[in-house]
Unconditional design. Structure first.
Length: 532
């Protein structure tokens, strides 16, 4: 099988730091290759350009950079790259990597990885409404999905079902994390009793994470005991300009403790070597919804390295840690309970060794890359049920009256070649319309030409118009790759006896703008759902 992977970041490169999502995607790639499949990897043009601007790729050969550039993608060329590679399966490393203008003809699997909208919220990202619409578009048109655990699955189910689909159990699978079978495991590590207990904390600085209480608590414990060691490893995101949150100030304060060592973000292979010299990992952060729903990649990596982890008590990974006795789960706010855990670790190294073996057992059972890749391929046996295309239902206004002096036209693209239904949200404002609503669908060459190729027309009788609800219009399977135009007209005598249509004050792709009051605008679109 030929598989085309669209990542959301640069995949791990020798000698360069990487991100959690890149590690996760690279794990699936390794699993596919282990199973004997041909894999082609495409990285975002933005991430590649930022890395080049920072000089991060200066030590790589022109051939390596050229290969990265050849399959670098954005919204303008993703479809062309898929046509060039001609894959049997498309795998997207997260939903933002699915930006196809038209649904591909082959199955698409999207790894949901984590609650990205919540991450954008904590980053203060603009245009979050457009991000929501983009996410709904992916749920409407991709075929299969991967979640990391039960809590995350229920979170993503809500988006899936907003698109009119109801088969999320059939269309999805749970995969905590795909990691290599080769681990810097405890039996072959450099662990030494000289600095016991040696704690470690590492990862990219991100604004939705706050480990202040736990790290400060541990630092104070080590200072009071005058024994043990804490190694801090981390830095800003290696490619994207993401705010570092509390980390810079926190690390600067903690490194004043002589038993705390601070190191910069480092390549994954070096990070793995650091893990092999530690006894226990700490990944305990203040609760927020992102932390509850995320299956944190840094902690799966700790467990894979044979490090028992001190972790929160409210997430899917917490359940696995308790099930395998691979660490300790505790409330991030319970400083006393944390102190008891630190004391237990200091006094009982044999218990730590037992949990270390359990961590390896957990990783072997739950994080195996080849088994994870096979679970992805097993999804393909389920029917492809993606029928919805446009799902823009977050209607903002219903003050657009369709009457003899006011018509509305909305332009859109159908990403599937068999448009069979359009839903419109309509209202009468409790006044019966005195004329039918005329609905026309045509293909158009541009936004200005009056020439259009009629595809479908119908009239909605006044008595059939709902009072503020969705109205489904069934179509005779429109086959088109062209720009489409939806026209709403009526001979109603006045706004008081007209049909009102719900609309939005923007036109997120694949909505392309509207003609309203005789003028074209990108700042309005009719609320609509389309199905193939």
């Amino acid at each position: 099988m030929r598989i085309l992977v669209f990542a959301t970041d640069l995949l791990p490169l020798p000698g360069l730091p990487t991100s959690g999502t890149a590690l996760r995607t690279s794990g699936f790639i390794a699993g596919f290759k282990n199973l004997g499949h041909e894999v082609h990897c495409a990285v975002p043009r933005q991430a590649l350009a930022l890395a080049q601007a920072k000089g991060a790729l200066k030590n790589f050969s022109t051939e390596v950079v050229a290969n990265l550039s050849a399959l670098a993608f954005d919204s303008t060329n993703q479809e062309a790259l898929a046509a060039q590679v001609a894959p049997d399966l498309i795998f997207c490393g997260h939903w933002p990597a699915y930006i196809f203008p038209k649904a591909p003809p082959v199955p698409v699997v999207v790894d949901l990885a984590g609650p990205h909208l919540l991450e954008r919220h904590y980053q203060g990202s603009p245009n979050r409404t457009d991000s929501l619409f983009g996410k709904l578009t992916v749920f409407a048109s991709a075929d299969y999905f991967i979640t990391s655990g039960p809590r995350q699955k229920e979170y993503f189910r809500s988006f899936f079902e907003r698109t009119g689909r109801s088969d999320f159990n059939q269309a999805s699978t749970e995969i905590p994390m795909p990691l290599s079978e080769n681990s810097p495991c405890a039996e072959n590590s450099k662990r030494s009793s000289r600095n016991y207990p040696h704690f470690i904390f590492g990862g990219v600085f991100l604004p939705w994470q706050d480990p202040t209480q736990a790290l400060t608590n541990l630092s104070e414990f080590l200072a009071a005991k005058q024994t043990g060691k804490l190694t801090l490893i981390g830095g800003v995101h290696p490619h994207y300009p993401v705010h570092s949150g509390v980390y810079q100030k926190l690390f600067s304060k903690l490194e004043l403790n002589p038993q705390v060592t601070r190191k910069p973000l480092m390549p994954f292979e070096e990070f793995a070597s650091e893990l092999a010299s530690a006894d226990v990992a700490l990944d305990l952060m203040a609760w927020n919804l992102e932390r509850e729903l995320a299956l944190t990649i840094r902690s799966t990596t700790y467990l894979w390295a044979g490090l028992p982890v001190i972790y929160n008590d409210f997430s899917d990974l917490s359940d696995l840690i308790r099930q395998y006795d691979a660490g300790w789960t505790v409330s991030p706010a319970d400083l006393s309970a944390q102190q008891n855990i630190f004391s237990e670790i200091s006094a009982n190294p044999e218990s730590v060794k037992k949990k270390a073996k359990n961590a390896l057992r957990l990783a072997a059972a739950e994080f195996n890359a080849s088994k994870s890749a096979q679970k992805v391929l097993d999804l393909l046996g389920a029917p492809r049920t993606a029928l919805a295309d446009i799902v823009y239902m977050d209607c903002e206004q219903r003050d657009t009256a369709i009457w003899k002096n006011s018509a509305v036209s909305t332009f859109f693209r159908a990403r599937r070649n068999s448009l069979s239904r359009i839903d419109l949200r309509l209202s009468t404002r409790f006044n019966p319309p005195d004329a039918p609503l005329e609905v026309t669908i045509s293909s158009a060459s541009d936004f200005e030409s009056s020439q259009a190729d009629l595809k479908f027309q119908t009239t909605l009788a006044p008595e059939s118009i709902p009072e503020d609800d969705w109205y489904s219009i069934h179509l005779p399977m429109i086959q088109t790759d062209q720009l489409l135009r939806l026209d709403l007209r009526s001979q109603a005598s006045a706004p008081d006896c007209a049909v009102y249509v719900w609309g939005m004050n923007h036109s997120p792709d694949p909505l392309m703008g509207s003609i309203k009051d005789g003028k074209f605008t990108k700042n309005y679109a009719v609320c609509m759902r389309t199905f193939s």
